[in-house]
Design a protein around this ligand. Structure first.
Ligand SMILES: Cc1cc2nc3c(=O)[nH]c(=O)nc-3n(C[C@H](O)[C@H](O)[C@H](O)COP(=O)(O)O)c2cc1C
Length: 171
């Protein structure tokens, strides 16, 4: 799959096979995340890898009972680490760390697709419950849950706005 085929192939998957993710695939995915750009190269986020079934169940519960979170063999939790971007003041602590974490999630999703894996970005969750379940330090605010595994469904492709609507040329 070339880059543009990978972009076309990625879609949110909300059902996973009962099949382990090979450690070398997870390594490749984590390395792809680590190549993501970040403001001032601060990488102002932290990634947690979770395989523990009980913990995953708690995440699913915290994510408004999105049960597929617990079904995935591996779950990544992306957290902000604003202190790493503190050298940029408020902009670093409130904006750059968010952008750093978001692009890392996007890299993870594309890398997963290229590896034949499936993901779904889960943003609807109770932060406190996830923090408690994962035992996160106070300075790491969870912003995205990413279940990863082999797809057990093939949903229809989601639609998009037209380019004409999405993009405006300034003259
Ligand atoms: C910030 C963000 C939060 C999201 N939260 C959820 C979520 O909580 N549950 C879910 O099922 N999908 C969630 N999604 C996935 C979107 O619904 C999905 O990306 C969108 O509908 C487009 O579909 P596609 O990913 O298949 O192209 C989220 C996506 C993003 C970027």
């Amino acid at each position: 799959m070339n880059f543009f085929e990978t972009i076309e192939a990625r879609q949110s998957i909300r059902a996973f096979q009962n099949k382990t993710v090979e450690p070398e695939k997870l390594d490749a995915l984590l390395n792809a995340i680590n190549r993501a750009p970040s403001a001032g190269n601060c990488q102002a986020y932290q990634v947690y890898v979770v395989r523990d079934p009980e913990m995953k169940k708690k995440f699913a519960e915290a994510a408004l009972r999105q049960e597929f979170v617990a079904q995935a063999p591996v779950v990544l939790i992306f957290c902000l680490d604003p202190a790493r971007a503190a050298r940029y003041g408020k902009r670093g602590e409130q904006l750059y760390c968010q952008q750093d974490a978001a692009i890392a999630v996007a890299y993870a999703q594309l890398a997963a697709t290229a590896l034949g894996l499936a993901t779904c970005w889960v943003g609807a969750f109770n932060e406190e419950s996830v923090s408690r379940a994962a035992g996160l330090p106070a300075e790491h605010r969870p912003v995205a849950i990413l279940p990863i595994g082999y797809a057990a469904e093939q949903p229809p492709r989601s639609s998009r706005r037209t380019i004409e609507d999405l993009v405006r040329e300034l003259r």
